[in-house]
Design a protein around this ligand. Structure first.
Ligand SMILES: CC(C)(COP(=O)(O)OP(=O)(O)OC[C@H]1O[C@@H](n2cnc3c(N)ncnc32)[C@H](O)[C@@H]1OP(=O)(O)O)[C@@H](O)C(=O)NCCC(=O)NCCS
Length: 167
């Protein structure tokens, strides 16, 4: 059990932790996991989610226990149609990423982060959030519980599906 924790907006000093959570999220793919952390995070297709963090439209939240290291993070960023992320829907709809430390999973941290980040997006005036998830990833159930639905932009043959939640 993780005990009590709170969620808060990420600060500059949280950037290394965000990168660690990006690795955790990317490593769901066996190919990426095999590549190792350093090589994976150097790939343009992965690092574009956090590169030069702090651009207009970027936001992140972290879950922090009473003592010790962060437990998880969720963030979003806008992408241009000319260089879309995997879960791209529109230029004014940010794409969400999330990761929770392996030892903290399954205890509600991801749910708390999703709700906090949705509230942040709403406060910033965004109409929706999107994300890409492997069709077989159990995280899809979590997203659906938090209002995400098939955005209708993924080919049925894709191993991943893009989900969207309206805010
Ligand atoms: C997905 C993830 C962020 C959810 O955070 P969490 O704190 O474990 O989530 P919660 O405890 O709030 O909710 C539990 C739900 O998360 C999902 N989940 C739990 N453990 C998981 C795991 N190891 N991998 C993927 N999803 C998991 C399931 O949907 C679960 O719901 P269920 O009990 O109905 O199956 C976290 O498990 C994780 O980092 N997993 C690995 C990376 C990943 O899959 N990232 C998403 C890529 S799109």
């Amino acid at each position: 059990m993780q005990g009590t924790y709170t969620t808060r907006a990420a600060i500059v000093a949280d950037a290394p932790f965000l990168w660690e959570m990006l690795w955790q999220a990317a490593a769901v793919s066996p190919d990426v996991r095999e590549m190792g952390r350093e090589r994976a995070l150097a790939l343009p297709s992965i690092r574009r989610y956090l590169d030069n963090w702090g651009r207009p439209g970027d936001a992140a939240v972290v879950a922090v226990p009473a003592e010790g290291a962060c437990l998880g993070a969720a963030w979003y960023r806008l992408f241009p149609a000319t260089a879309p992320g995997y879960g791209f829907v529109a230029e004014d709809i940010p794409e969400l990423g999330i990761g929770v430390s392996p030892e903290a999973r399954g205890e509600g941290v991801g749910s708390a982060l999703l709700e906090e980040l949705k509230a942040t997006a709403q406060a910033q005036g965004f109409a929706a959030l999107s994300l890409s998830v492997d069709r077989e990833n159990p995280a899809r159930r979590l997203y659906e519980r938090h209002g995400f639905q098939d955005a209708g932009v993924s080919a049925p043959s894709d191993s991943s599906v893009t989900l969207l939640t309206r805010l």
